[in-house]
Structures are given as C-alpha cells and as structure tokens.
Ligand binder design. Structure first.
Ligand code: ASP
Length: 335
C-alpha cells in the first residue's frame, strides 16, 4: 500500500539550529533532516518546504497569514501537514492557524524541540517522527494540533509550560487529544471536520495588560487615547478581578474603552479553569461596561482571538459575539 503523503513546512526554531557553544542560530534545515531522520520517508511520502527560518520570537501576524494561505493551498494534495516551529511562540501560531483554517478536515501538526536536531540527546528526532506519524492519520485528526514529547494537544488550548524539560507543552483546560506511546491513540473529543474555509484576516493593533497590585493605570489610559489601539486584553487576577478602589482602580480603563468603542477581553493570570466575571464586584462592573470574559481560553489564544474578532466583527457587538463564542474549540461552551 502506498504511504500517505505529508508535507513538512519548516518555519525555524531550535530544532533546526546550530551554533553551540555560542548562541543558537538557524541553519540549513533541509540537509540536516535528510541526514539525521531518514526514517521519516518510511512513514510517509514526505515533501519538504522551507517557509521561513526564524527564531519563533520573530513570527508575526503577517507570517501566520502567509503560513495559513500556504497550508490552505497545499492541503488538497496531502493527508496532513507538519509545521516545524520554535517552541517559544508555537502556541500563538497554533491558535492563529486554528482560527484561520476553519473546518479543517486533515491534521496540521506543529512540532519543535528543546534541543537542536544535531545534538546527541536531542528530542527533535522523536518529535519529528511522532508529528509525521500524526499527520499521516489524515481525516482521523481534523484539527490544528501541537505534537510534543509523544502527546498531541489541541493547538489553541496548548501552552509552553517548561523552558528546560522535554515535556514542554500542556493544555491546562483540555485533556490531550492523543498520545504516541506503544500505540498511537486519538481521543474522541477531537473536532469534527467541516467545510474548509480560509479566514485569514487579522487586526493586530491589540494592547495587552498584565495587571499587578499597585499598577498605575495612567500609561494604559494614554494608550487607549492614542488612537493606535483597536482592542484590549487584560490579564486579571483569579476569576477576572482587578483593583477598583483608589488611584490604582482600573475601572477608568473600562469606562474609557467603552466610550471609545474599544472591545475589552478579560482573561486570568491563573492557568486552570475559567474566568467568571459576575463572581466579584470588579468583574461585574467590567461586564456592565461591555467587557467580555475570556472563559477558559489560554492567554495566547485570547490575544489572537481578539485580532481575529476585530478583523471579522462588523460592530462592537459583533466583535463581542465572536469573542464570546467557541469558533475552533478554543473555549469550552458555557465558560
Ligand atoms: N527560541 C526558540 C524559538 O522559539 C526556542 C525553541 O525553538 O525551542 O524559536
């Protein structure tokens, strides 16, 4: 039987870097992968394309859009696509792809590594083998996933949780979508395929605030007044709480954003469970001023979802509706 066809799109990251003991830098990935992991071509008929070769800190909404368009164009010819990517911003790219490639009917599998492919104790070989194996499953896994350390996570639910360990990813509010142990398992809560649609618009003029006790709201008010900000994402405490008395109160930010028609999404600094704005006074006041709770979305997804909602919502109410809804499995309905 013919092997499944898989495309590997390289974007960069540690996996393809060289340079120790100095700072790691991107290198010739195509040559390295053929030499170091030739068995990939025994799992799939694998084509290789270099989309970019950057440290993932240099990924951007423009590159996400280019990547989504490239994937959309190539998908009909393949069972699945692997995207090799730096781990630092992999969760952002996975979230963006999940929102842009709606109704996927095949896997788009992001992977990377903690150590470069050329090193003896590298995790890159196994991650590549697992990612190509997962991509070769085709219609069984119709979504954007992150494959890391033998586990599969929904892309828009995953987060980088470790700088130095090999199990660098987790999805705090959704069990893994599968595992690559002795057997390959895919969980029943994977998404259902829909008609594939490219929705590649993004509005990246998003301002984020990581609240802390005693934070001065004035510089953030100035940002809102600058006319440069189209959407605000506030990472609040606990269930979505923030200071509401005295000079550190953040309520003026919500009032000003409301007056200027700037949508506000309130996420939490706590990784597990969902924001519940009505639970405390500050959150309830934010709700009354038109803010939206981020439910159990990851911070990475909250930021990218704001970019997406701003690009597709035709009015403030439209943006709010998109933020509140679950469009690609990124938030648990009812949160
Ligand atoms: N700085 C690297 C990157 O994200 C880290 C990695 O790939 O693990 O590109």
């Amino acid at each position: 039987m013919a092997l499944p066809k898989v495309l590997l799109l390289h974007t960069g990251g540690t996996l393809g870097m060289v340079g120790r003991p100095g700072p790691l830098r991107p290198s010739d990935f195509a040559e390295q992968i053929r030499e170091r992991v030739p068995e990939l071509w025994r799992i799939a008929r694998l084509d290789l394309e270099i989309f970019a070769n950057v440290d993932s800190s240099d990924m951007s909404p423009d590159l996400w859009q280019g990547l989504a368009r490239r994937i959309h164009e190539r998908l009909p010819k393949y069972e699945g696509i692997v995207v090799t990517h730096g781990t630092d911003t992999m969760a952002y790219t996975a979230s963006a792809l999940s929102l842009m490639l709606r109704g996927l009917d095949k896997p788009v599998v992001l992977t990377g590594s903690q150590r470069p492919l050329g090193e003896i104790r590298t995790d890159a070989r196994l991650n590549l083998i697992d990612a190509v194996t997962a991509a070769a499953r085709g219609a069984e896994l119709p979504e954007v996933v992150i494959c890391f350390d033998s586990r599969l996570f929904r892309g828009n639910r995953a987060r980088k949780v470790s700088i130095a360990e090999y199990d660098a990813f987790d999805s705090p509010n959704l069990p893994p979508l599968g595992g690559l142990g002795v057997e390959v398992t895919i969980a029943p809560h994977r998404r259902r395929a829909g008609p594939l649609k490219l929705m590649d618009r993004l509005e990246s003029r998003v301002h984020t605030i990581f609240a802390f006790p005693g934070m001065d709201p004035a510089p953030h008010l100035a940002w809102l007044e600058s006319g440069e900000v189209r959407g605000l994402v506030l990472f609040a405490f606990g269930a979505g709480n923030f200071a509401q008395v005295g000079p550190h109160s953040l309520l003026p930010l919500f009032e000003r954003a409301h007056e200027r028609g700037i949508p506000v999404l309130v996420g939490s600094q706590v990784p597990r469970n969902a924001v519940a704005l009505p639970m405390y006074e500050s959150g309830a006041a934010a709700l009354a001023l038109g803010a939206v709770g981020a439910g159990d979305m990851t911070p990475e997804t909250a930021v990218v979802k704001m970019m997406h909602a701003l690009a597709y919502g035709r009015s403030a109410a439209g943006v709010r509706r998109i933020l509140e809804s679950n469009v690609a499995g990124e938030r648990t309905p009812g949160t």
